[in-house]
Write a protein that binds this ligand. Sequence first.
Ligand code: AMP
Ligand code: GLY
Length: 417
Amino acid sequence: MKLLVIGSGGREHAIAKQLLHSEKVETVYVAPGNDGMARDGLELVDLAISEHEALIAFAKEKGIAWTFIGPDDALAAGIVDDFEKAGLKAFGPSQKASELEWSKDFAKTIMAKYQIPTADYQTFTDFEDAKAYIQSKGAPIVVKADGLALGKGVVVAETVDDAIEAAREMLLDNKFGDSGARIVVEEFLEGEEFSLFAFANGETFYLLPSAQDHKRAYDGDKGPNTGGMGAYSPVPHLPQEVIDQAVAKIIKPTLQAMVKEGRSYLGVLYAGLILTADGPKVIEFNARFGDPETQVILPRLTSDFAQAIDDILNDKPATLTWLQEGVTLGVVVASNGYPLGYDKGVKVPITKNHDIITYFAGVTNKDNHLISSGGRVYMLVTTQNTVKDAQDVIYHALENENTEGFFYRKDIGSKAL
Ligand code: AMP
Ligand code: GLY
C-alpha cells in the first residue's frame, strides 16, 4: 500500500512514521512534509496543503490507497470533500463535519442541543451586545473568536475590562479578520485540562489513550498560548471513571449528534476537556489529531496503525491495542521568541539516544544538516516507567546538546508528579 499524509509538522511526522511501520505499507508520502522527515524514510512531495487538485493528481498517479489529513485548515477548506469527489479515500472529516472545530458557535450549538456538558455561553456579532453580556456576567470570563485563529483566538479575561477589550479587538478592530467577526463569550471553568481522542466513523469509534498538552510558552503555565510545548500520555492521575464519563457524556453523544445532523463524522475527533467539580466538560472540539499530543500517543500503539485506519475507512471492525505500562512524554524545542517573532536558520542538534524518538517540525536542510525554519522546531519523545524517569531521559539529553537559539519548558509532565 502507498499512503499520503497531508501536513508538515511534528504531528504529521509521527503519523507518517507510524504508518510506515506497517508491513503492508511500501511508501508513505508527506505533502509538503519537512526535511527532517526524509531522515526516517518518508517521501516528501513538494505541494502545499491548499493545492487540492495537484494533490489529487499526485494521489491518482501514485496509486495512493488513502490519504491522512493532518491540519485543521485543510479540513476547513474541504480537502476531504474534494478527494472524495475525485473518487479518493481520505481519513478526516468533511468540511461540514469539521465545522465542530472551525466554528466555535456551531460546536456550542450542537452541545447545547444535545446536552453535552460545556461552559454556558452566548454568541455575538454586535459589540454593544457582547459588552452588556460581559458586564452582566462579570469576570473571570472567556472570549473566543468563532473561527480558526491558530490557537490565539481565546482570551481568558481576569477582569470585565479585559474581556470587553478582547471583544472590541475581535468585533470592531478585526484582530482575527473573519474568524473574529463573530465571538463566543463563555463561562470560565476551573479544573485540570486533558485531551481525549477517538478514531471515528459515524457512531463507531475507538478511544485513544488520554493525553495532556502544555499550551503556555513558559514553565508553570506562564506566558502566551502556543500550539503546545510538550505532552505526555496517558495522564496517570486521571481516574478511569472520569474517562468513562467523558466517553458516555461527550464522545458518544457528539458522534451520534453529528449523524443526526447529517454531518456523519469520519476521522480523528479531539475533545479538549476540563475536569470541573461537576465532571468533565468540553473546552473545545478539534477535528484532527493534536500537536504535540499525537507524538506521545502514537508511539504507544502496539497494533498495526495503517491496517486500523484502512479498516475504519472501509467500515470494517478495527483492532487497536496500546501499551499498558509506563508513560510516553515529549518536550518541544522551539525557536527563541516563539510564539511571537523568532529567528530562523539556527542549526538543529541531532539527538542520538536509542530511547528517544525525534519528531521534526520547523526544519529545513542546509548543506548536510538541518536548520530551523519555524516556531516549533523539534520534539524529543521517550517511553519510560514513570513521568519522572521520562523527564530525566529527555532533560538529560537536552542539557547535553547545543540548544542555543532555542528554548523548551523544563516542567513537561510535572502536574503528574
Ligand atoms: P481553546 O483554544 O478553546 O482550547 O482555548 C485555549 C485555552 O484557553 C484552553 O486550553 C484553556 O486553558 C483556556 N480556556 C478556554 N475556554 C475556557 C473556559 N471556558 N474556562 C477556562 N479556561 C478556558
Ligand atoms: N495541542 C493543541 C492542538 O493541537 O490544538
